[in-house]
Design a protein around this ligand. Structure first.
Ligand code: ADP
Ligand code: MG
Length: 481
C-alpha cells in the first residue's frame, strides 16, 4: 500500500531583544552559568513581570512577514508544569488568544511552488537549560540547571499539517528562518538553540481522508537532523503499519548516532498544563495604526525578492533562490549589478568563487574585503579583455585577503592579458616546433591532444594569453602544417 506522510512543524525562535521578556535583565547567549538572572526571571516569589514592548513588536513583525492575521486583543496565560528548568513551575505563554493568527509561507520544493499554512504564532518566555554530565570514574550522574535562558523572549510558530515529505519540511523551515533573519528579529542559529524545531509526523493510506496518529519528534539541532529524523520516522511508521502494528501518540527523540527516533514520553495534552490567564499582566490591545506602522518597516522579503530577481535580472530560479537566502548576499549582488550590468556573470562569481572563499575562511559577506564594486570592476576587466577568466580566478584569493583591487594586483604582478596577435603567433609557432609528435597526433585525428598544446602556451605566457586568440591561431597553424 502507498502511504502519504503528513507533517506539521512547531518552530521556536528566540527574539534578539536587548533585554528579557518580563524583566530588564540582559538577553545574552553564552554568558557564564547563572550570571544573567534577576529575581523576576529566576522566579522568586512575589515578583511581578513587566512586558517588554520590543518582544511584542518582533512577534507582530514575524506575523506580518508570515502573512498572519494580527489579533486586536491578545493575552498571556500560565502553562503549568513542574521541571527543574522552570523555576516558577509555570511558563508565561499564550493559550487561546495568541498575538498572530492564520498565515502562510510560500516555498519552492524541487522546483514546485507550494503554500504552507500557519496556524498561529504566540509569544512566551523560554525556560532555563539543564546540563547533564556523568562522571566516568564514580559513575555518578549529575544535572545542573543554568537559568540564564529563563525569560528569553520566544515565539512559537505552529504550522498547519500541510507538508507531505521531509523535503517540504526542510524547505518550509529554511523559508521561515530566512524570513526571520531578513526582518532581524532572531539570529536563527540552530546550533546555539535560537531556532528550534519539533516535527509532528503521521502517515495515512493514499486516498484516505483521515489523518493517521501522529508522533512528535524532538532533539534535532540542525536542518540536516530535522530532515533525517522525519525521513526515519516516516519509514518507521509505514513499517509498523505494514506489519500490523499501531502508531502510538507519543513524543520521540531523534538519536543522531543510530539515525533512529526512539520513544521519550507519552504525549501530554493541553489539559495536563492546566492553562489559566496570567493575572499579573493586563490584556494586550494592539492598534491597527501600530500594526500598519510595523508593516511599513518590513523589508522586501525573500520570496518576492526571488521572483523579482528572476524577472528583473533574468536569473535561473536556482540562482535567485541561492542569492536571496541571505539578505546581505542579495544586497551584495544588487550593488554589484548597479556597476556592471551583467547579472548572470555576477551571480556566477558570487555563487562559486566568492562563496567558496567565504565558507573556507569563515567570513561573513558583510565583512568581505572584496566590495561589490571591486567584484564588478574585476568582471569589467575580463569583459574588456584586460585579463582573462583564468587570471581573475588566480588573483581573486589575494583580493579577498588584502582588499586590493584587481587592477592594482594585475599591475603589481604584470598580469595584463596578451592580446597582441603577433606575439601570440610567435609563441604558438614555437610551441608547435617543440612538439612535433603532438602535432602528428592531432593531424591523425586525435583532437584532444590540442589541450596539451594550449596548456603549454598558457604556461609560457603565465596564463596571460587571451584564450580565444590562442585557439584561433592554433587551429589555423595546425591546418596549414
Ligand atoms: P497537539 O494538541 O498535539 O499539540 P496540535 O493540533 O496543536 O496538536 O498540532 C501540533 C502540530 O502538529 C501542528 O503543527 C499541526 O500541524 C501538527 N499536526 C496535527 N495533526 C497532525 C497529524 N495527524 N500528522 C502530522 N502533524 C499533525
Ligand atoms: Mg498544540
Amino acid at each position: 500500500m502507498k502511504y502519504i506522510p503528513v507533517i506539521g512543524l512547531e518552530i521556536h525562535s528566540q527574539l534578539k531583544t536587548n533585554t528579557k521578556i518580563f524583566c530588564g535583565y540582559a538577553n545574552k547567549f553564552g554568558a557564564e552559568q547563572n550570571t544573567q538572572t534577576c529575581p523576576v526571571c529566576a522566579g522568586f516569589p512575589g515578583v511581578l513581570p513587566v512586558l517588554n514592548e520590543k518582544a511584542v513588536e518582533y512577534c507582530i513583525k514575524a506575523g506580518l512577514a508570515l502573512n498572519c492575521e494580527i489579533a486586536e486583543f491578545s493575552k498571556f496565560d500560565r502553562k503549568n508544569y513542574f521541571y527543574p528548568d522552570l523555576p516558577k513551575a509555570y511558563q508565561i505563554s499564550q493559550y487561546d488568544k495568541p498575538i498572530c493568527g492564520k498565515g502562510y509561507v510560500e516555498v519552492i520544493v524541487n522546483g514546485e511552488k507550494k503554500k504552507i499554512g500557519i496556524t498561529r504564532i504566540h509569544l512566551e518566555e523560554d525556560a532555563g537549560k539543564l546540563v547533564h554530565s556523568s562522571d566516568a570514574f564514580t559513575m555518578a550522574t549529575n544535572s545542573f540547571a543554568d537559568y540564564n535562558r529563563c525569560g528569553t523572549p520566544l515565539i512559537e510558530i505552529v504550522s498547519e499539517p500541510d507538508m507531505h515529505s521531509a523535503d517540504d519540511a526542510y524547505a518550509y523551515l529554511q523559508a521561515v528562518k530566512h524570513i526571520l533573519e531578513y526582518i532581524e528579529v532572531s539570529d536563527c542559529n540552530m546550533e546555539e538553540g535560537s531556532l528550534r524545531c519539533d516535527a509532528n509526523v503521521s502517515v495515512m493510506p493514499e486516498g484516505s481522508k483521515v489523518f493517521g496518529t501522529k508522533t512528535e519528534l524532538k532533539n534535532m539541532n540542525s536542518f540536516k537532523a530535522v530532515k533525517a529524523a522525519i525521513e526515519a520516522e516516516i519509514k518507521r511508521q509505514i513499517n509498523e503499519l505494514e506489519n500490523g502494528g499501531k502508531i502510538i501518540q507519543e513524543t520521540r527523540l531523534w538519536d543522531e548516532a543510530s539515525g533512529q527516533t526512539r520513544p521519550m514520553r507519552s504525549k501530554e495534552e493541553a489539559q495536563d498544563y492546566k492553562y489559566f490567564p496570567e493575572s499579573d499582566l493586563v490584556e494586550l490591545e494592539i492598534s491597527k495604526d501600530y500594526v500598519e506602522k510595523l508593516k511599513n518597516e518590513l523589508p522586501e522579503l525573500p520570496y518576492s525578492r526571488m521572483l523579482r530577481f528572476i524577472n528583473d535580472y533574468s536569473l535561473p530560479e536556482v540562482d535567485a533562490e541561492v542569492l536571496v537566502a541571505e539578505k546581505a548576499v542579495a544586497d551584495y549582488f544588487e550593488n554589484a549589478v548597479k556597476i556592471f550590468n551583467q547579472p548572470k556573470k555576477i551571480a556566477n562569481w558570487i555563487m562559486t568563487e566568492l562563496m567558496k572563499l567565504l565558507n573556507e575562511k569563515k567570513v561573513a559577506i558583510t565583512n568581505c574585503k572584496i566590495s561589490p564594486k571591486q567584484l564588478a570592476e574585476m568582471l569589467q576587466m575580463i569583459e574588456k579583455n584586460v585579463i582573462n577568466g583564468k587570471i581573475a580566478k588566480q588573483i581573486f584569493p589575494e583580493m579577498f585577503e588584502t582588499g586590493k583591487s584587481a587592477e592594482l594586483i594585475v599591475k603589481e604582478k604584470g598580469l595584463i592579458q596578451i592580446t597582441d596577435t603577433a606575439e601570440i603567433e610567435k609563441i604558438v609557432e614555437e610551441t608547435l616546433a617543440q612538439n612535433p609528435e603532438i602535432v602528428n597526433q592531432i593531424k591523425s585525428g586525435k583532437d584532444k591532444a590540442k589541450g596539451f598544446l594550449i596548456g603549454q602556451i598558457m604556461k609560457t605566457t603565465r596564463g596571460k594569453a587571451n584564450p580565444n586568440i590562442v585557439n584561433e591561431i592554433l587551429a589555423k597553424k595546425i591546418e596549414n602544417i
